[in-house]
Design a protein around this ligand. Structure first.
Ligand code: SF4
Ligand code: SF4
Length: 471
């Protein structure tokens, strides 16, 4: 084994203040994390400036620290040809894991920020034919290779506008999964205004996980999420009624998906608390996508978004200190990844095991890119077009490849959401990197929360994170 090493990219964070102050070392390529005590900091100060580190030159205590850094790949073999090259991902080699079915490209709401143009993703409102739903559901299972677990996502528009296709998809996916000896997970994202007892019975019997879109207290929710047409177009009261019905039929509360416009970002903690108090299992908050230039945030609004998320992270920390989990989905997803040391080589699964099918059975890189011709990657008749996926992903990465290569957050971010980047850059002509500052600051918050948790390896929050990471 070589004794000569070079420093791989890493970043030093100062986390916390006063007696809680800690210094953290984050290894960029492998998302490895160390809390450095005083003596480790001294070792680092002695060795970090050197271009190459020969372990034979180190004293025994120094060597112990350096070896730990080597084991975490913060120190890597000095000879460049021995450094692991990032493995290129070939979409054709990644079996399908998740298929999002746009069963209704139509919606009974007209949300102020809708990226899907009233649910139709451009074009006319339309419903998926049950036969298309059946074929797509079976295709998911048939394209899943040796995966044991497949996920069907029922999406829209408002998927509950097309119950025949929804039922057809669920039943066919179950049959296909059972024939193939696979485990099936089905989830549904809905605006919560269309539940009926019969429908909820079906969703319970088929163990469908439910996410309800709700944006906070009535004045915020109703400003964002209104019915299409009609005199009183507010929806908050109906969503709350729907939740009450859901509670009487489903064994488990739903998750909440909150979308907030930049003008609402200053109210994030209050919105979170309101939605949680409605009885949701967990709450995820999505800053609205800039579908028009009017939704591009100002610097102050960006700052408010960060402050809101950071406040929820602080609340998470407090709860975790008492062994409780604050169910803030955004942070839980990040912590679960840090917990299992998962490293991203692509921003998300879009095109890499994750696809969406529109009402006609055309495949798209992801549900939010449905309807965009340049992101269409095959269809039910012709199959998945892996060559086109390669082109889409390469095009998406091209404008930011250099910045991402030099970014300390690359193993946790890997380029950001394709859809968001497409909106900002291709549609609104913004320069690449508009979200990077927020992404990095938020990741830093998550890393610090995680380091804090690591002080008590017996904290039950870790078991929760482990289960979440397992899926
Ligand atoms: S924060 Fe920006 S530069 Fe860094 S990895 Fe993400 S997209 Fe790339
Ligand atoms: S491109 Fe964006 S919206 Fe689509 S799957 Fe990836 S992260 Fe999600």
């Amino acid at each position: 084994m070589t004794a000569t090493y070079a420093w791989s990219d890493h970043r030093i964070f100062e986390a916390g203040t006063g007696p809680d102050a800690r210094v953290l070392l984050f290894g960029t390529d492998h998302a490895s994390l160390f809390a450095l005590d005083g003596s480790a900091r001294d070792v680092l100060a002695r060795w970090r400036g050197r271009e190459s580190v020969d372990l034979r030159d180190a004293s025994s205590p120094d060597r112990e620290v350096l070896e730990a850094l080597r084991d975490a790949l913060v120190l890597v073999p000095a000879s460049p040809q021995r450094r692991p090259a990032p493995a290129p991902i070939d979409p054709a080699e990644i079996p399908l894991a998740t298929l999002v079915l746009e069963v209704a490209q139509a919606c009974n709401l007209r949300c102020a920020y809708c990226y899907a143009g009233g649910g139709s993703y451009g074009g006319e409102s339309r419903l998926m034919h049950p036969e298309v739903a059946r074929r797509a559901a079976r295709r998911l299972v048939e394209s899943s290779g040796d995966r044991q677990l497949v996920t069907l996502v029922l999406f829209g528009g408002e998927p509950l506008l097309n119950v025949p296709a929804l039922r057809a998809a669920v039943l066919e996916a179950e049959a296909a999964a059972s024939e193939a000896g696979k485990q099936l997970v089905v989830s549904l994202t809905t605006n919560g205004t269309r539940f009926t007892p019969t429908l909820l019975d079906f969703l319970r019997e088929h163990r469908v996980g439910i996410t309800v879109s709700i944006d906070g207290p009535p004045e915020i929710h109703d400003a964002n999420r209104r019915y299409a047409g009609g005199r009183d177009r507010r929806t908050y009261a109906d969503v709350v009624k729907g939740l009450a019905l859901l509670r009487t039929h489903m064994p488990k509360p739903p998750a909440a998906r909150v979308t907030l416009t930049p003008a609402q970002w200053s109210r994030i903690p209050e919105v979170f608390r309101h939605v949680l108090d409605l009885g949701f299992l967990e709450v995820g908050i999505a800053p609205v996508s800039p579908v028009t230039a009017a939704l591009l945030p100002t610097t102050e609004q960006d700052a408010a978004l960060f402050t809101g998320f950071a406040l929820l992270a602080a609340q998470f920390r407090q709860a975790a200190a008492a062994g409780r989990v604050l169910p803030f989905s955004n942070l839980l997803d990040l912590l679960a990844r840090l917990h299992v040391g998962s490293v991203k080589s692509s921003p998300c699964g879009a095109g890499l095991g994750y696809l969406a099918a529109d009402a006609e059975g055309r495949f798209f890189l992801c549900h939010r890119l449905a309807g965009e011709d340049e992101f269409q990657v095959g269809n039910l008749d012709a199959g998945i077009d892996h060559a086109k996926i390669r082109v889409c992903l390469a095009n998406q990465a091209a404008s930011r490849a250099q910045a991402c290569r030099a970014c300390w957050a690359r193993s946790l971010c890997a380029g950001g959401c394709h859809y968001e980047n497409h909106l900002r850059e291709a549609r609104l002509g913004q320069p690449p990197g508009g979200s990077c500052d927020f992404i990095r600051r938020w990741l830093e918050v998550g890393i610090c929360v995680f380091a804090d948790l690591c002080r008590d390896p017996g904290n039950p929050v870790f078991a929760f994170l482990g289960r979440r990471a397992d899926g």
